[in-house]
Ligand binder design. Structure first.
Ligand code: FAD
Ligand code: NAD
Length: 457
């Protein structure tokens, strides 16, 4: 990439991840003269070090796992994993997508500038010391991995998720510190390889942000894959191949991957010079229009706080571009889906049965297990369920799914919630047979007390 730095731009977007490049393209589509400044490559953490390479690794590992488990279906195979070819393939996918995003930026008229940006004041940034004035700016610099003081990233045998995704060869044993999103996804993928994996979580269970019934099938599958899962085990330090847990226990591992959360990337950004305030955790403060405390400067995506998800960053990018263009901004989404790409996969959106009462009502529940779903049976993937949560009048307000294809099914649930659909609406829609999507329809029917393939509550 790089165009020459203009003297001035109507809109400057700092950071070319899914938040920044979406904001830049949409603003340009609305006729705003837009410059996108990116210090590395467009696509951000999501494309280069996160969503895409991690899902490429998970797909490859999943093919190996499924092929090796085909015997009951009459398929005998002993897959071998070529780590070098896998990393090469992942790199090809990422490179091709980055090229495509860059092309889309240019085709939409966005000026792309390579360089590190910092605010000089509330109307000027410096790109590697060259000044660039703006009418409006969008800050979309994302986040970075949190470091554990006792397990610093500068050690040669300590890796963050980005390094871990490209680690080749894999050492004989790996300890993953943090059983959240990144830790459980990495353990799911790395379990397919010929190395010992320990997954160590400080809280009492994996994925502490999720309901225990959603996590149970994931834990079962990690156990079956031979992952040594330790909970209630806050890691204190790692040295000489020994990982120490607070309380005395220790684990031997040839390498350690640290995935204990992410923090806003605001270092050297000159926030104070522009009057941009952060909260005590370093998250840039914004209002519902994504405005920061500095006039004319908005912030979106990870740098503006939870949830740290690519589709949330992109949605904020579209919304801020519409506001800057003086277009009607779509109403705030009622819910943002989240997916954990484990085996089986977890997907949620909106309120859970536990969180609904906090908003003032007793939820109605519709639930079916995948054990009753024909497509799940033909895939040999029946562990899990679909649960829908509704208000008293049947209006859908939440969904929690674990099982096959749920990363695709959650889109239907999010649509239903955003459109104000009811159990009756979802039950009325004809879903194709045999598909896992029938489980969503059946769960709605269960909520109405008239499911066909499962007992009604
Ligand atoms: P980023 O994608 O982080 O982009 C910020 C960009 O700003 C970067 O390109 C950076 O180089 C640039 N930048 C920073 N400072 C400057 C500066 N001073 N000047 C110029 N440029 C700068 N989310 C999902 O929704 N689904 C997933 O499956 C998923 N998987 C993940 C897996 C992993 C291993 C990780 C680490 C994250 C994953 N995420 C996932 C989270 C997702 O990657 C982030 O939520 C998303 O990338 C945030 O987008 P963003 O645009 O806010 O920031
Ligand atoms: P996380 O917050 O999901 O999990 C971090 C885990 O580390 C927590 O469970 C925490 O209890 C544990 N922990 C903290 N200190 C510890 C210690 N000393 N010893 C042992 N465990 C410790 O964070 P993450 O996994 O780093 O992911 C960061 C963010 O990236 C997530 O919040 C998510 O938004 C995003 N992400 C999303 C996806 C997805 O959408 N599929 C995938 C990966 C990452």
């Amino acid at each position: 990439m790089t165009d020459s730095i203009p003297d001035r731009a109507e809109l400057v977007v700092v950071g070319g991840g899914p938040g920044g490049y979406t904001a830049a393209i949409r603003a340009a589509q609305h006729g705003i003269e837009t410059t996108l400044v990116e210090r590395a490559a467009v696509g951000g953490t999501c494309l280069h070090d996160g969503c895409i390479p991690s899902k490429a690794l998970l797909t490859a590992a999943g093919i190996a796992r499924d092929a090796g488990a085909g015997e009951p279906m009459g398929v005998r195979a002993a897959p071998t994993l070529d780590r070098e070819a896998m990393v090469e393939w992942t790199t090809d996918v990422v490179t091709e997508m980055a090229r495509s995003v860059e092309k889309l930026c240019r085709a939409n008229g966005v000026t792309l500038v390579r360089g590190s940006a910092r605010f000089v004041d509330s109307a000027t940034i410096a790109v590697d010391d060259e000044p660039l004035g703006f009418d409006d700016a969008v800050l979309a610099t994302g986040s970075r991995a949190v470091e554990l003081p006792g397990v610093p990233f500068d050690r040669p045998d300590v890796y963050d998720a980005a390094d871990a995704l490209r680690l080749d060869p894999l050492p004989p044993s790996i300890a993953i510190v943090g059983g959240g999103y990144i830790g459980t996804e990495l353990a799911t993928a790395l379990a397919a390889f010929d190395c010992e994996i320990a997954l160590i979580e400080a809280e009492s269970g994996l994925l502490p942000a999720y309901g225990r019934d959603l996590v149970r099938p994931v834990k079962r599958s990690l156990d079956a894959a031979g992952v040594d899962v330790r909970c209630d085990a806050p890691v204190a330090w790692y040295e000489g191949g020994e990982l120490a847990i607070d309380g005395g226990e220790s684990i031997r591992a040839d390498a350690t991957i640290v995935a204990v959360g992410r923090e806003p990337a605001t270092e050297n950004l000159g926030l104070a010079a522009a009057g941009i305030e952060t909260d005590p955790n370093g998250v840039v403060r914004t209002d519902e229009g994504h405005r920061t405390t500095a006039d004319g400067v908005a912030a979106i995506g990870d740098v503006a706080g939870e949830p740290l998800l690519a589709h949330k960053a992109a949605a904020e990018g579209r919304s801020v571009a519409a506001r800057l263009a003086g277009r009607p901004t779509p109403p705030a989404n009622r819910s943002i889906p989240a997916v954990v790409y484990t085996d089986p996969t977890i997907a949620t959106v909106g309120l859970s049965p536990d969180s609904a009462p906090d908003t003032g009502f007793d939820p109605r529940i519709g639930e079916v297990r995948f054990a009753t779903n024909g497509r799940a049976a033909t895939r040999r993937s029946t562990d899990g369920f679909v649960r829908l949560v509704a208000r008293d009048d049947g209006t859908l307000v939440g969904a929690q799914l674990v099982g096959p294809e749920v990363e695709e099914l959650i889109g239907e649930c999010a649509l239903a919630i955003d459109c104000g659909a009811t159990f009756a609406d979802l039950a009325h829609v004809v879903h194709p047979h045999p598909t896992c999507s029938e489980a969503v329809m059946e769960a709605a029917e269960n909520g109405l007390g008239r499911a066909i393939h499962s007992l009604n509550r």
